[in-house]
Design a protein around this ligand. Structure first.
Ligand SMILES: NC(=O)c1ccc[n+]([C@@H]2O[C@H](COP(=O)([O-])OP(=O)(O)OC[C@H]3O[C@@H](n4cnc5c(N)ncnc54)[C@H](OP(=O)(O)O)[C@@H]3O)[C@@H](O)[C@H]2O)c1
Length: 435
């Protein structure tokens, strides 16, 4: 029998206990595929006394998480604690420094520190793996690094946050407003008590930065992901979009702008209008989906559960199996020293169509003022919908869809209208996802 791969597991919450359960349930399948057993030898969490519904008696309990990195009987340190910095990062550094392989599901840490950790891993010649950090159970990191490795990737985009997707698809289904559906998501366990990271698009931005790095061979650049959440999306927007043949989804999009001498990277998370026939329109509830467009593969769609104990554990254990087999490879698909440093692209260069919603005072001349600003900024309007009063107090919603044009023109039109007493709130712009 081959020597087991010995694992130290930090974090015994949703994912940590899921990994213990999966390793027990699929022991023989995993052993056959890995060519050797996968064995947890040591565990750590904050509260030793907590009943976690799994038997921890076979494992050594380590009080000090950092001590795991030093253990001679450990080959891989598995971090399932969370947080971009703090103990998770200290553990990652200590593990790599000690020459241990390191596996994590921590998107926040990889988005912020993935590059430095990849440099450290390369220096020590040890694997760094994070399949579960992007879209939970969906093997999209592997799909891009390995399955699509022969392609030049032209665009990557997807639904990267299950909480937002649940809220938006339920708003569509029930006609309810954002606040009501956020509450429902919290009651169903799809949203945290503090949902800020999810609904403001930060969680999706973490995942997008990682996907962009892998897809484009880029240095991870979370600081330049522009993120807009779903808090401003109203039930009326969903109705308007529906009338025009679209649904609304929070979409993370990464693409290279090659219009200038030097390619630049555009990374954005925005609520977008998605045509009903597009594969992402059919992605409802807490599901995640990623589309990668390869120059030879064509459109690839990865879809599945973006969170949850089972799916996330599935991705974590896939990484452990790779390590057990001796498969390694560069964490971000090309050797870390060869990752390119792209400057951020100017979003004004984006050519596309947009949905723009204004909330205005119901008085004569308002519509003329808006259309004049559009004309002066050279924005061509494809369709315009003026709805009746939406709220008490005479406020009216005006929504429009633009013809294709540079985004800078839309920005200019909104600048012209900025401060207008006719507008009762800042307009909401949602790009229409191009096919
Ligand atoms: N949940 C998902 O569906 C999902 C999906 C994809 C990725 N992830 C990622 O997976 C990681 C773990 O998520 P989770 O949902 O399993 O989290 P969780 O349920 O909150 O579990 C976190 C674990 O870390 C331990 N912990 C927290 N702070 C600690 C500290 N200072 N020292 C020692 N232990 C500490 C906790 O100990 P106690 O139990 O003793 O408090 C707990 O066992 C995160 O990076 C998350 O982003 C999660």
């Amino acid at each position: 029998m081959a020597e087991p791969l010995r694992i130290a597991l930090a974090g015994l919450g949703t994912v940590g206990t899921g990994v213990i359960e999966l390793l027990a349930a699929n022991r023989s399948t995993i052993e056959r595929r890995a060519g050797r057993p996968l064995e947890i030898v040591a565990v750590n969490a904050r509260d030793r006394a907590r009943n976690r519904g799994v038997d921890l008696s076979p494992y050594a309990w380590v009080d000090d998480m950092q001590a795991m990195a030093q253990r001679g009987d450990v080959d891989v340190v598995l971090e399932l604690v969370g947080g971009s910095d703090g103990p998770a990062l200290t553990l990652a550094r200590a593990a790599l420094d000690a020459g241990k392989a390191f596996v994590t599901a921590n998107k926040a840490m990889i988005a912020h520190h993935g590059l430095a950790l990849a440099e450290q891993a390369a220096l020590r010649g040890v694997p760094l793996k994070f399949e579960a950090a992007v879209a939970g159970g969906i093997p999209v990191v592997k799909g891009l690094r390995e399955g699509a490795a022969a392609n030049r990737i032209e665009r990557i985009y997807g639904i990267l946050n299950g909480t937002c997707n649940y809220i938006l698809s339920e708003m569509e289904h029930t006609g309810a407003d954002f606040g009501e559906m956020l509450k429902a998501a919290q009651e169903k366990g799809y949203a945290e008590a503090d949902p800020t990271f999810d609904i403001e698009g930060v969680d999706a931005a973490h995942k997008l930065a990682i996907l962009a790095a892998i897809g484009f061979g880029a240095r991870v650049d979370f600081a330049n992901v522009e993120a807009t959440g779903i808090g401003e999306v109203r039930a009326a927007d969903i109705t308007q979009a529906g009338a025009l043949g679209y649904v609304i989804r929070l979409v993370g999009i990464a693409s290279l702008d090659e219009s200038a001498d030097e390619a630049r990277l555009l990374q954005r998370v925005r609520p977008c209008l998605v045509a009903r026939g597009h594969p992402l329109a059919a992605v409802t509830g807490p599901t995640n989906a990623v589309v990668a467009e390869g120059n030879f593969s064509g459109q690839l769609l990865f879809q599945g559960a973006g969170a949850g104990a089972g799916p996330t554990a599935s991705a974590v254990v896939a990484d452990l199996i790779d390590i057990a087999r001796g498969d390694s490879g560069a964490p971000f698909s090309v050797p870390v020293e060869q990752l390119e440093q792209f400057s951020p692209a100017d979003p004004g260069n984006r050519m596309g169509r947009d949905y723009i919603r204004f909330t205005v005072n119901d008085r004569p001349g308002v519509l003329a003022e808006i259309t004049a600003a559009m004309r002066d900024a050279e924005v061509s309007i494809e369709s315009l919908i003026q709805r009746g009063r939406d709220h008490a107090g005479g406020e009216v919603l005006v929504a429009m869809v633009t013809h294709e044009g540079p985004e800078r023109c839309v920005t200019k039109a909104l600048d012209l209208l900025n401060g207008s007493p006719s507008l009762t709130a800042a307009p909401l712009v949602m790009p229409i996802l191009a096919d």
